[in-house]
Write a protein that binds this ligand. Structure first.
Ligand code: HEC
Length: 139
């Protein structure tokens, strides 16, 4: 099991990265775009104030999709049930087009996502990912 995980990580390291390493400081600024719907809160400790129309993004890296205390779409829950966890790659793809992401993950052209927001630049997404990693508990 451990070996498999290391093998996967090593492959990820050597496979040509699709995007550059994100910048957490820039990501913190770009996170403004998400705040109307998302907060980052560790219980009572609010790291970034935000709305509640989207799930809390605290501890997102490594979290199974659709598992925070939130009323998700069926599609995102189904993606989680398939074992999909949030990695940088999934996150960047998701932000580019959440609807396209659920369709692709579930292989269902009718799948829908409740997130009606797209982030065009993969670079911005990578920065936000680095920011989320920086404020998440160490695993
Ligand atoms: C207009 C509101 C809105 C905005 C703006 C928004 N989101 Fe979302 N987000 C949602 C909703 C609603 C969901 C739940 C989607 C579903 O259940 O289909 C969601 C889900 C997510 C998820 C899946 C989380 C999980 O627990 O599985 C991630 C990751 C995410 N958003 C990241 C972001 C980031 C990063 C930004 C800013 C770049 C952003 N969102 C902007 C509303 C929004």
């Amino acid at each position: 099991m451990k070996f498999a995980a290391i093998a996967v990580m090593t492959t990820a390291l050597f496979a040509a990265p699709a995007f550059a390493e994100g910048d957490a400081a820039k990501g913190e600024k770009t996170f403004k775009k998400c705040k109307s719907c998302h907060m980052i809160a560790d219980g009572d400790n609010t790291i970034a104030k935000g709305g509640k129309s989207g799930p809390n993004l605290f501890g997102l890296p490594g979290r199974v999709a659709g598992t925070a205390d939130f009323k998700y779409s069926k599609s995102v829950v189904a993606a989680g049930e398939q074992g999909i966890e949030w990695t940088e790659e999934e996150f960047v793809e998701w932000l580019a087009d959440p609807k396209a992401w659920v369709k692709a993950k579930l292989d269902d052209p009718k799948a829908k996502s409740k997130m009606s927001f797209k982030l065009k630049k993969a670079e911005d997404a990578a920065d936000i990912w680095a920011y989320l990693v920086s404020v998440s508990p160490e695993s």
